[in-house]
Design a protein around this ligand. Structure first.
Ligand SMILES: [Fe+2]
Length: 126
């Protein structure tokens, strides 16, 4: 059974999907079960992936990570999500851009978290 906001990847074609409505069926792409991406929360090695959340006067700024992550064609942050009280805001990034985004929102959320997806190292959360 899938759960809301889980992220799955096809390791054949690269499809990535996020669950917006859970279901009991197995997710299949290219004839194979899709891989559930487990959110990592602790940095490993020299590259930093854990998103850093900063409250700003305009909303929230998310940076990846404590040392800016590479943004090269072969290795970059594909998207960053801000999740405020269950509401998901997502910005897709391209190689050459900064690995950060500011979401301009006027809410003071009780629950604030962030996720990002690195095309080499997978899904990360803070
Ligand atoms: Fe990475």
């Amino acid at each position: 059974m899938s759960q809301l906001k889980q992220v799955y990847r096809c390791n054949v074609c690269g499809h990535i999907i996020e669950i917006v409505n859970p279901g009991a069926g197995q997710l299949v792409c290219c004839g194979q079960p899709m891989e559930l991406l487990v959110e990592k929360i602790k940095d490993e090695g020299s590259e930093k992936h854990v998103p850093i959340i900063e409250k700003t006067t305009n909303g929230y700024k998310i940076k990846v990570g404590s040392v800016p992550h590479p943004m090269e064609a072969a290795h970059y942050i594909q998207w960053i999500e801000l999740i405020l009280d269950g509401v998901v805001l997502r910005k897709h990034l391209n190689p050459g851009e900064m690995p950060e985004v500011e979401f301009c929102v006027s809410v003071d959320a009780k629950s604030v978290s962030a996720r990002e997806y690195c095309n080499v190292h997978g899904l990360w959360k803070s």
